[in-house]
Design a protein around this ligand. Structure first.
Ligand code: SF4
Length: 291
């Protein structure tokens, strides 16, 4: 893993811009995928900007804290702007802004409206609650905890997109397993050759071009995990990550495994008392209603 602060430090030292090759050279031990993930995060938060110079793509540091609400803003606007700026790309809820700024609701609404009109801030709908909006600086790309990540579009879960992705991930694993079988050399060799990493699958999905949003390796890991939970693949720990391979299902899963509890990742924390319990579990209720 490469920290964003490492990338930003390198970029700050090159005010005229730094290329991908320069970054790789400065941190030779880091994997290219990890560097790409860190750069993407910096681009999303707006702390890096990309430009072209003599046909070469370069990154430049962009100090987002330099943007101020000073010009034409009164003190109340400056206070609210600072509070929102501190919240970063996770944003802040209006109730918390009111609490921190000590402004009453009418004043605060007026200030927020004014800052929004000047395009200093924006309101973003949060996937965690349908009526909840959070405020953040206008240039920031909302964090995936706010937008729900690649699987949400305007707060709606893109179930069809997720289905297509999991089918394609399984297709890749199945084709890899078949290819390994055809090559011969015995069952053990075929089994070892049929394993794939999330990076292999990520490359396959990117080459297919079926996703409009850019997917990270972690997004692909989550999809692959659903394929494993559907009992179509198995995953095994390897070094710092996982390897995946398609498996043949000879028998249908037994009834218990088909229930939500049979595949629930937090089943070990579920009890008849406490916050996680079957009486309040919406997944179990939904499953019982459908059955
Ligand atoms: S009741 Fe809900 S939380 Fe508990 S094990 Fe079943 S699915 Fe998981």
């Amino acid at each position: 893993m490469v920290e964003e602060s490492v990338i930003l430090e390198l970029v700050k030292n090159k005010p005229d811009g730094i290329s991908n090759d320069d970054i790789k050279e400065a941190i030779p031990d880091a994997k290219i995928e990890d560097i790409a993930v860190a750069i993407n995060k910096c681009l999303k938060t707006g702390s890096l900007e990309l430009f072209q110079n003599k046909g070469k793509l370069l990154y430049k540091f962009k100090d987002i804290s330099q943007k101020t609400a000073a010009k034409g803003s009164d003190n109340e606007e400056k206070v609210v702007f600072r509070i929102i700026e501190e919240a970063g790309n996770k944003g802040i809820w209006i109730r918390d802004i009111r609490f921190k700024s000590n402004l009453n609701m009418t004043q605060l609404n007026k200030v927020l409206k004014s800052l929004e009109t000047k395009k200093y801030i924006k309101a973003v709908k949060s996937v965690s609650a349908s009526k909840k909006k959070v405020y953040m600086l206008y240039d920031l790309e909302p964090d995936s905890t706010v937008t729900g990540g690649a699987w949400y579009q305007d707060q709606d879960f893109e179930s069809e997109f997720v289905d297509v992705l999991s089918q394609q991930c399984l297709r890749f694993l199945t084709e890899k397993a078949e290819e390994a079988r055809k090559q011969g050399g015995g069952p053990l060799l075929a089994r070892n050759k049929s394993y794939a990493t999330a990076i292999d699958v990520h490359k396959f999905i990117s080459d297919l071009g079926i996703s409009k949003v850019s997917l990270s390796i972690n997004d692909i890991e989550s999809i692959l995990y659903t394929v494993v939970l559907d009992n179509n693949a198995e995953r095994t720990v390897s070094g710092d990550g996982y390897l995946y391979r398609a498996i043949n299902r000879f028998l249908d899963p037994i009834g218990l495994v088909k229930t939500t509890c049979g595949v629930c990742p937090i089943a070990s924390r579920c009890a008849d008392t406490g916050l996680i319990n079957p009486k309040v579990c919406e997944y179990l209720t939904e499953w019982l209603e459908e059955s």
